[in-house]
Design a binder for this molecule. Structure first.
Ligand SMILES: [Zn+2]
Length: 238
């Protein structure tokens, strides 16, 4: 691991806002927008908390992933949802130009600038997952997604998992769950641009039963993650 990380916090699925120009096509999709498919409940609250605790810049989007999914590649089937997939190609281009590319470019440029000046960037992308899907309960409180082939990412996740579990043994922390860190997303895209020693992209996935449940437990989880991430700042050179 590098001596110190330049930490940035990101949140692609922070909200379920629909710009007024697209309100009409979402008129009958209020329920969908308010569901886990519309946004990642709690992710922006946690992202803000981590950014404050780590004094790190925060990049977030409040526009719903059902308009365009910032955590998918432009060529991926799911970059547009069932609501926007059928729009005319020019309209889809316009959505990319207005709501997708500015976010993706800003994060990429920030990382590139820091890497160019000799820094190493730790990109923590905050997400949340629905507690049950297709009748199956997901048995984790926190998921840490990374590429097992990247040494720095593996070490960061081990450190986070250790820090979380030593302070909160009751927390179920799993790696590459409920998704694999190498599946299509923003961090795999960025890994192709920056080497292991200069860039680590970790997705922190939290179970939505916390933000949508009892507030005391939700605040405790936020504190636990914030303290665990702060141990990364104190990472000593090896
Ligand atoms: Zn997400």
């Amino acid at each position: 691991m590098p001596e110190t990380w330049n930490i940035i916090i990101a949140c692609e699925h922070g909200g379920n806002r629909i710009p007024s120009a697209y309100a009409e096509i979402f008129r009958h999709h209020r329920q969908l927008l308010d569901s886990h498919r519309g946004y990642d409940a709690g992710s922006l609250v946690l992202a803000r908390r981590l950014a404050r605790a780590l004094d790190a810049p925060l990049f977030f989007a409040a526009v719903s992933r059902l308009l365009v999914d910032l955590n998918r590649s432009t060529g991926h089937r799911a970059v547009f949802s069932e609501v926007t997939r059928t729009l005319a190609p020019e309209q889809r281009q316009q959505i990319l130009a207005r709501y997708y590319l500015p976010y993706r470019d800003e994060v990429e440029t920030t990382i590139a600038r820091r890497v160019a000046s000799g820094g190493a960037v730790l990109h923590l992308s905050v997400h949340s997952f629905t507690p049950a899907i297709d009748g199956r309960v997901r048995n984790a409180d926190v998921g840490l997604l990374y590429d097992p082939a990247r040494t720095a990412e593996r070490q960061v996740c081990q450190q986070l998992q250790r820090a979380l579990q030593s302070d909160h043994p009751e927390l179920r922390v799993r790696r590459n769950y409920p998704y694999r860190g190498t599946a299509d997303g923003f961090t795999p895209y960025l890994r192709r641009l920056f080497p292991d020693k200069r860039y680590a992209g970790i997705e922190i996935e939290i179970n939505q039963r916390y933000p949508l449940g009892e507030q005391h437990a939700w605040r405790r989880l936020q504190s636990a993650l914030s303290a665990a991430c702060q141990t990364l700042e104190r990472a000593k050179p090896r």
